[in-house]
Design a protein around this ligand. Structure first.
Ligand SMILES: Cc1ncc(COP(=O)(O)O)c(C=O)c1O
Length: 487
């Protein structure tokens, strides 16, 4: 962190690619050859930056429990950990006087925490959308009456319906919870406009920035701006620092009020046998020994991204997306979901399918014959994906019954290729090339579907993992404990 602040922009996008841990890693293909892995699953989790790894390694010599020790290592670790919070707050433009940055495990934990802390009454309304990741939907359902705003056929949020709904529920509406960018289509909804509508109705807005933070600059704006974002959450593992940290940013006052959702060590100033006086945020909300390393890693990643420039990153990813869509649109038999024009309004997520082919089969071929990491399925946003795929309620019902009986073979889904700031047009070319081969029927393997998972596997693709990672040399798979041993 320290070394970037004063030096201005010293890193370029090209530096970032060289800075990706494992950028040249060879992976085995079906034909027995190997090729450098092309990673196009960044929306799930990104690889690590070498700078982040180096920072973590250096910090390890100083690693110590924080906030309670008196030794030098504890003092320096505490200072580093506290500053890491500030770096993340600064990344989203939070006023440090009035906002707090709470470190959690990931975005999911942030949202559950916020939902727990809101103290909803059963009649309170939370407006969310039909395009959310389950993490920004299910936690609200546990606590409040949730209204889902629908989407247009090309996957955009129905803004008219949203505006109407916000007005309609004014008074009972406590929160509008919306993603900053979709993990399926990459669409970025106009969060600041929605914030203004929300505030006019006397409610607060939460933005799930898990998918936005790695790709676009975020500015929650001053607290008294009608377009201010009240709460925002992000995950470090999607930002080149997969060490188990997420961050929830919001008003100190909000978290000063009420009880913490998780209690134990660290959250209190003073405890007697029958009273507990809560500490101030963020400590109040970070119960137990925190993930110091994850916090340091996230801050370093933020510093690196800021050094390159979030605007540069956004521009680069937009160009890559244009390049990819230019090629993919010409591929016969390939359907792209979501917007096909004006791609600058979306982050680099490319959802597609190939006519007449199961999404799991396509993804398996891309992996085993292309050496490319993509993902397929419904991506933890079942309602949105099913809507984009035009799954009818009857089909949905029938397939749900099949899934519940252990058969996932007809689970709807699509394939998703997703970009990181370090990807290049070469990476896109590798993907397009494999897709062209598949479309021409030139793939080699015989693929068999496992009904219980829905996944396809190529016959004969059996790789000795220990050749790639030594862990398997010394880690015998432990025998399953019998019931009597376990009890
Ligand atoms: C839009 C969105 N929200 C929330 C999440 C959940 O993030 P995490 O798995 O880090 O808790 C994800 C992750 O896939 C996401 O894409």
């Amino acid at each position: 962190m320290h070394h970037h602040e004063t030096t201005g922009k010293t890193l370029t996008l090209a530096d970032l690619r060289q800075d990706i841990v494992g950028i040249d890693t060879l992976v085995p293909l079906l034909d027995g050859s190997e090729r450098p892995y092309v990673f196009l699953d960044n929306a799930a989790s990104t690889p690590t930056l070498k700078r982040v790894l180096k920072c973590v390694e250096e910090f390890m010599a100083w690693y110590s429990g924080v906030h309670r020790g008196t030794g030098f290592k504890s003092l320096i670790a505490t200072e580093v950990f506290d500053r890491a919070h500030d770096v993340v707050g600064n990344f989203v433009g939070a006023d440090p006087e009035t906002n707090t940055v709470i470190f959690t495990k990931n975005t999911t934990e942030c949202i559950n925490k916020l939902a727990n802390r809101f103290n909803f009454s059963p009649d309170d309304v939370v407006i969310t959308t039909a395009m959310e990741h389950h993490s920004n939907d299910l936690p609200w359902r546990k606590h409040a009456r949730v209204v889902h705003i629908g989407i247009t056929p090309d996957g955009h949020l129905d803004l008219d319906a949203l505006k109407k709904s916000i007005t309609q529920f004014a008074g009972r509406l406590k929160l509008v919870a919306i993603n900053g960018a979709s993990n399926i289509t990459g669409i970025c909804s106009p969060i600041h406009t929605i914030a203004a509508w929300t505030h006019a109705a006397g409610a607060k807005i939460f933005v799930d920035a898990a998918q936005l933070a790695p790709h676009r600059p975020i500015d929650i704006l001053p607290d008294d701006d009608p377009m201010h974002i009240d709460f925002v959450a992000l995950s470090a593992h999607k930002m080149y620092a997969p060490f188990g940290t997420g961050a929830l940013i919001g008003a100190v006052d909000f978290f000063e009020a009420g009880d913490p959702d998780v209690v134990g060590g660290g959250v209190v100033d003073m405890v007697t046998l029958d009273t507990a006086h809560w500490n101030h945020p963020p400590h109040k909300e970070e119960a137990g020994s925190p993930n110091v390393i994850g916090g340091v890693a996230l801050a370093e990643a933020v510093a690196v991204l800021q050094n390159v420039g979030m605007d540069e990153i956004a521009t680069h990813e937009s160009e890559l997306l244009d390049y990819a869509y230019g090629k993919l649109k010409r591929l016969r038999g390939l359907t792209l979901y979501g917007p096909l024009e004006d791609l600058s309004e979306k982050v680099g997520v490319i959802p597609f399918s190939l006519d007449g082919m199961h999404h799991s089969l396509v993804a398996a071929i891309i992996g085993t014959e292309g050496g490319i990491g993509v993902r397929n399925g419904c991506f933890c946003a079942h309602p949105y994906v099913k809507k984009l795929l035009k799954v009818t309620p009857d089909e949905d019902h029938a397939i749900t019954q099949e899934v519940l009986s252990g058969n996932k073979s007809r689970m709807p889904g699509m394939v998703r290729a997703s970009l990181g700031c370090y990807n290049t047009t070469d990476d896109i070319d590798v993907l397009v090339n494999v897709l062209e081969r598949i479309v021409r029927g030139e793939y080699k393997g015989k693929y068999v579907q496992d009904i219980s998972s829905g996944a396809f596997h190529a016959n004969g693709y059996q790789v000795d993992y220990s050749k790639y990672f030594s862990f398997f040399d010394f880690m015998e798979r432990p025998a399953r404990r019998t019931h009597s041993e376990a009890s």
